[in-house]
Ligand binder design. Structure first.
Ligand code: HEC
Ligand code: HEC
Length: 401
């Protein structure tokens, strides 16, 4: 199993959980300095997770010998064009920078230009050597706008990187068994199983957006936490391998990495940044306005969507969660057990729908490829009696949110 963890006393766990309570005492619109600090953490802080990615998984060796920029882009890693000096930009354009050489990847890491991957590069006898590598939140929850080239552009924080194949990247590690590699290689693009390392079950979910969450007090697909901080601590410690502790008796998870806490002190700023990220509006001209207007009426009427997807964020998350029998996304693909059954609440949160156009496929397990497939699924499972034209109108409306 990938994660090494030590039990921490339950009492300690309670203390940590107490820190993740409701945010009544913490305003949802915090000060700009905290947001700016949180942005730095979101993009660049590894929380000391080099302990996992370098010391355990030896990804620095893999990157320096096998991962050219072309390979990195092919597994969905993104390059921050703003971090590239003019000479490198020019070299990429005119072909003098070799995108098929792992050396170039090391150069990009030295420039801090690979989104979500932080490398420590030392120059030895005039040659760049990659010593340490770690990952940040931006690895999964940022992408770029492709303004320079495919996969190279300006950062878009909070956008799920649905091109990223985290399993294929982890599977490159020489430290894993053949059986572990097979699991990681089975996940595919945009998917990650944030519980496999703890419960050994293989049932990946889509990387969700980290934007549009202000005012929503149930976090994750299953509403496990009442604040982003719950999940930030979970993922930073148990998945990224950051130094610090996470404990939740509801799922029997008690993890402590190292003797220092490089996670806890950063959570308030990290939270402020996430809550500042708005869902992106649909690009102008991308939606047929007349069809979407008809769809809006179906959303409230015949489709009955509003009964769960109500309010400004299109979710009843602050009021209730839903049993598995309410959702139309299960059975899980590949015969995996219900994702909800592996979580603290065993239920699903109604997903907020703003920015939906931006991140197909849909549902926690990606089982609907398009908004039309989503509506067709509801129509069939809930017996809504929508015509083909109505399905298409409602699907158009969903793309406008
Ligand atoms: C390896 C990929 C990966 C990394 C790195 C990662 N996440 Fe996630 N994140 C996920 C997945 C997958 C989920 C969905 C889990 C679930 O809902 O059960 C998720 C869920 C979330 C959610 C909940 C969204 C919602 O709709 O409730 C937030 C917020 C979030 N992540 C923020 C972060 C932050 C902050 C970091 C850095 C500390 C981070 N993530 C690092 C993959 C990742
Ligand atoms: C009984 C409550 C309920 C009703 C009614 C309902 N939904 Fe949902 N919806 C949910 C829940 C819960 C989820 C999360 C399921 C999952 O991720 O597997 C969800 C997920 C979705 C998603 C996926 C969002 C994403 O980012 O992956 C879309 C789109 C959606 N619903 C649209 C609709 C439409 C359109 C209707 C009406 C035809 C509708 N829903 C009716 C509760 C409901």
């Amino acid at each position: 199993m990938l994660t090494k963890y030590l039990a921490v006393p339950a009492l300690l766990g309670m203390v940590f959980l107490a820190g993740c309570g409701s945010d009544d005492d913490r305003p949802d619109q915090p000060d700009p300095d905290l947001v700016a600090e949180g942005r730095k953490i979101f993009r660049f802080d590894t929380f000391g997770d080099e302990a996992r990615w370098t010391d355990t998984l030896r990804m620095h060796e893999v990157i320096a010998t096998q991962v050219s920029p072309a390979t990195a882009l092919a597994v969905g890693l993104k390059v921050d064009a703003d971090a590239l000096p003019p000479a490198v930009r020019e070299g990429i354009k005119n072909g003098s920078v070799d995108l098929n050489s792992p050396h170039t990847t090391v150069t990009l890491l030295k420039l801090n230009a690979v989104v979500g991957v932080i490398g420590k590069v030392e120059t030895v006898h005039g040659k760049d050597v990659l010593r340490r590598v770690g990952v940040t939140c931006a690895l999964c929850h940022s992408t770029v706008d492709n303004s320079f080239a495919a996969g190279i552009g300006r950062r878009l924080d909070g956008w799920a990187n649905r091109d990223l194949n985290p399993g294929a990247i982890i599977a490159l590690s020489p430290a894993l068994s053949t059986a572990q590699k097979a699991v990681y290689n089975s996940w595919g693009k945009g998917r990650y199983d944030p519980r496999f390392s703890l419960d050994g079950i293989n049932g990946p979910v889509l990387i969700p957006p980290a934007y549009g969450l202000r005012g929503i007090h149930r976090i994750t697909y299953t509403g496990d936490g009442d604040d982003v901080t719950y999940w930030n601590r979970y993922v930073a410690v148990t998945q990224m391998g950051g130094l610090g502790s996470f404990s939740d008796p509801r799922i029997g998870v008690h993890v402590r990495n190292g003797d220092v806490d490089l996670v806890g002190p950063k959570l308030p700023a990290l939270r402020a940044y996430q809550l500042s990220l708005e869902a992106p509006p649909a690009p102008p001209g991308s939606v047929d306005a007349a069809a979407a207007a008809r769809g809006a009426l179906l959303f409230k009427g015949k489709g009955q969507c509003i009964s769960c997807h109500g309010g400004e964020k299109f979710t009843d998350a602050n009021l209730r969660l839903h049993p598995v029998s309410d959702v139309v996304s299960e059975q899980e693909p590949g015969g995996a057990p219900s994702y909800a059954s592996r979580t603290a609440t065993k239920q699903y949160r109604t997903t907020p729908l703003r920015g939906l156009w931006q991140h197909p496929p849909y549902f926690h397990n990606g089982s609907a490829a398009t908004t039309a497939e989503v509506v067709a699924r509801y129509n069939e499972r809930k017996g809504l009696g929508l015509s083909a034209a109505e399905i298409s109108d409602l699907a158009e409306y969903l793309k406008s949110l």
